[in-house]
Design a protein around this ligand. Structure first.
Ligand SMILES: *Cc1c(COP(=O)(O)O)cnc(C)c1O
Length: 358
């Protein structure tokens, strides 16, 4: 993409428009390839938040009434949308994940009612990194004639995602979670599914009427490039990240009274959430000022309440408050992991000593 590429991809009457459109369509192919979709099934949005809103409100708009099944530890983009829809008369069941952090397909099956029109379950939880069995949940939905939406902001680009193999009807993607630009994302919408999705943003009829507005051409080119890097690098990167994560955990588990939150095995390579018994998470976070970690997700870290995700999987409030989320990424090195682990061990030790002194 060049500075001179100033055309509007929706302008079909001149060459500048055609060139911009070609870049947008190329990116659509790149993103579709990453998830095993057809390019025509990709709807550009401003991010996974908007994609979640479009999937749920867009179906609720069509059905007008009825029931949604989701889980208690979804991202706020799903939870707040569901809460909003409840005010419009839609009923919502929030399935509780098990103590291993996973949503049981059986519990989803049990929650489906006669007028359930959509099930929305995240692929990977953004705070604890566990990987849900969405394939089984998707099969249950298909058998029951219910549409299946998956918030895959944390799984796309990190583990193989194939919308056909996973029985998914709609899938939310975020650009900046795959090393692409912020403010761009997509909703995959299965074409063969006859999904009666209604637009929530009306205007010029872009994106087959599902999302009007001039396309964010530069960001779309960026997410397309990011997606094609993920397609090529995914396997090698997963091996690298898993090794780093295991290295971090091997260090940290030597500290007494530490706990990994969520299943140890069924998770994405680069993310763990760890509770340090008897330590205040916020104090630990402050003391670790040269290590980029967080309590809970970036989106809710302004609050000091224990994480609703950890509460939902049955972690006691005290340990939830003592838990931090660690990620390693494409550019993380072994040296950084070792440094972080040493710093964490030191700080936890110091804080515990201080506690026993007082
Ligand atoms: C980051 C994230 C979102 C929000 O994505 P944006 O592109 O920032 O709107 C939604 N769901 C999950 C699971 C996420 O991790």
């Amino acid at each position: 993409m060049f500075d001179g590429d100033f055309g509007n991809p929706a302008s079909t009457s001149h060459v500048f428009g055609w060139e911009a459109e070609e870049h947008v369509e190329n990116a659509r192919v790149q993103l579709a390839q990453l998830i095993g979709a057809d390019p025509l099934e990709i709807v550009w949005t401003s991010g996974a938040t908007e994609s979640d809103n479009l999937a749920l409100k867009g179906l609720a708009e069509h059905f007008g009434s009825g029931h949604i099944v989701t889980s208690a530890y979804e991202h706020k983009a799903v939870l707040d949308t569901c809460e909003y829809l409840e005010k419009t008369g839609i009923r919502v069941t929030y399935v509780k994940p098990d103590t291993d952090g996973l949503v049981s397909p059986n519990h989803v099956a049990d929650a489906i009612e006669h007028d359930t029109f959509v099930v929305s379950i995240m692929h990977v939880n953004n705070e604890i990194g566990v990987l849900n069995d969405v394939s089984s949940i998707g099969q249950i939905c298909r058998d029951g004639g219910v549409f299946f939406h998956v918030d895959a902001a944390q799984s796309v680009g990190k583990v193989p995602v194939n919308v056909d193999k996973l029985n998914i009807d709609m899938l939310s993607i975020s650009g900046h979670k795959i090393y692409g630009p912020k403010g761009i994302g997509a909703l995959y919408v299965r074409r063969a599914g006859n999904i009666p999705l209604q637009a929530i943003i009306h205007g010029g009829g872009h994106e087959r009427g599902l999302r009007s507005g001039t396309l964010a051409t530069h960001q779309i080119v960026g997410i397309g490039a990011a997606a094609s890097i993920c397609t090529v690098e995914l396997e090698r990167e997963a091996t690298h990240l898993r090794a780093l994560r295991e290295r971090l955990w091997a260090h940290l588990r030597q500290i007494p009274d530490v706990h990994m939150n969520g299943s140890e095995n069924q998770r994405i390579p680069g993310l763990i959430n760890i509770g340090f018994g008897g330590v205040d998470g916020e104090t630990l976070l402050m003391a670790l000022n040269d290590v980029a970690v967080s309590s809970g997700s970036a989106c809710t870290s302004a609050t000091v309440e224990p994480s609703y995700v950890l509460r939902a999987i049955g972690v006691a409030d005290e340990l939830a408050s003592a838990s931090l989320r660690f990620t390693v990424g494409r550019f993380t090195t072994e040296e950084e992991v070792d440094y972080a682990a040493t710093r964490i061990a030191d700080v936890v030790h110091t804080l515990r000593e201080r506690r026993t002194d007082s």
